[in-house]
Design a protein around this ligand. Structure first.
Ligand code: NAD
Length: 389
């Protein structure tokens, strides 16, 4: 099977799906690997490094002629680049990448219409044996780190406490809202920079993880027992719950110099945790980094990839923090992709067995149809009949 690494064309995307170190093992396992010329350059991997690892450098046309395409961004996740990529898809080609299937089901449907088989890496189940394939974790981890650096660079003060002959500087107060993968790394990074860190999450199980990083867990007198859904994700709660949450968070937000927002509900609009009124109670010069800006935002007024200043508070809405550290995010993504591909091959790629949970959960389109139940639902299609129906 010929596997191609595509050069990303989404604006500002500097990651690459496979780094040279991940090529060797795939070639050894019997796959032919071709790499679109220049694919890894922005991630620190020139064509020569791929050649040395056993790959062949090819044009974009030749890359798209391969049996299997590896990408960081495919379908809806490729944004404005998608129509051009879609038109290049050959019938029967396999596309593996982040495809934003739950928010952009229509783009996945277009790929299905062209006869492509799509595996969306965002759908890798959060189970122990799939941990090394989990792109959401590998990328969110570094995004959480970058979010704190961004905030620290924007804040007109320093983070650590300093006692000097010229006086004592008190530590900055950092509040992290949502303590999943990105949030926990944001906590750890802010701690390393010397800030006084507190964090809040709607899932009660997180308290211990927050405390183990040396941060304070913000306890709100609000019932969160039902907030955790299957797979460890947060469940969407009613508007009454969110209103009460905002009311209780107001004081902590007002006292913070930096707020890093990471709260997400899979496949849904992000919950609003910080209102304009809460922003107006923060000290001028404070900084909010809203990592949920692309999904509607945790903070009212945040705009994707824009800097908004409200009452002297700077609100940043970065949407692609992983692309700001492309060497490491690509290294980790490549490990995820290579492990996933090897798994699919073991499961009989191209005709993977759907008895396997990892194959079943990630397969979005095959045989000209959307086959993933949730993606079908999002595309407004009826459920497919189950076996024997
Ligand atoms: P995510 O990106 O979907 O959400 C980020 C965080 O926001 C979550 O912790 C969520 O609880 C929180 N959140 C949602 N609504 C909120 C609200 N109203 N107020 C405050 N916080 C809110 O989550 P994620 O980082 O992808 O992680 C989800 C879970 O999956 C975590 O429990 C994580 O530990 C787990 N996980 C498991 C594995 C594995 O076992 N293989 C791998 C990775 C992650």
């Amino acid at each position: 099977m010929k596997v191609a690494v595509l050069k990303e064309t989404f604006p500002g995307e500097r990651r690459v799906a496979l780094v040279p170190a991940a090529v060797g093992p795939l070639v050894k396992s019997g796959l032919e690997v071709v790499v679109e010329s220049g694919a890894g350059l922005a991630a620190g991997s020139p064509d020569e490094a791929y050649r040395a690892a056993g790959a062949r450098i090819v044009s974009r046309d030749e890359a798209f002629a391969a049996d299997c395409l590896l990408a960081v961004r495919g379908c809806g996740a490729a944004g404005g680049s998608w129509p051009a990529d879609r038109d290049r898809l050959r019938h029967g080609v396999i596309l593996i990448g982040m495809c934003d299937p739950l928010s952009s089901a229509e783009a996945c449907r277009e790929a299905a219409d062209r006869g492509a088989t799509i595996f969306a890496l965002e759908l890798v189940p959060r189970i122990t044996r799939a941990q090394s394939m989990d792109v959401l974790s590998s990328q969110a981890n570094i995004a959480g780190y970058r979010a704190v650096l961004l905030a620290a660079n924007t804040l007109p003060r320093i983070l650590p406490m300093m006692t000097t002959a010229a006086g004592t500087v008190t530590p900055a107060k950092v509040l992290v809202l949502g303590a999943g993968v990105a949030g926990l790394q944001a906590i750890a990074t802010a701690k390393r920079l010397g800030a006084q860190v507190s964090a809040y999450d709607v899932r009660p199980a997180v308290k211990e993880q927050v405390q183990s990083l040396g941060a304070k867990f913000v306890e709100l007198p609000i019932e969160t027992g039902a907030a955790e859904a299957a797979g460890g994700y947060a469940k969407a709660m009613g508007e009454e719950f969110y209103a009460r949450q905002r009311e209780l968070l107001g004081k902590v937000v007002a006292e913070s110099d930096i707020v890093v927002c990471t709260a997400l509900i899979p496949g849904q609009k992000a919950p609003v945790l910080v209102t304009r009124e809460m922003v107006s109670r923060m000290k001028p010069g404070s900084v909010i980094v809203d990592m949920a800006a692309e999904r509607g935002g945790n903070c009212e007024g945040s705009q994707p990839d824009e800097t908004v200043v409200i009452d002297g508070v700077t609100i940043l809405g970065p949407t692609n923090l992983p692309a700001e550290a492309p060497i490491h995010t690509s290294q980790l993504y490549a490990k995820n992709v290579a492990t996933f591909l090897t798994h699919l091959v073991k499961c009989g790629l191209p005709d993977v067995s759907l008895d396997d949970e990892i194959c079943r959960d990630t397969l979005v389109a095959r045989g000209g149809e959307l086959v993933h139940p949730k993606v079908r639902e999002r595309a407004g299609l009826p459920p497919q009949p189950g076996p024997g129906q």
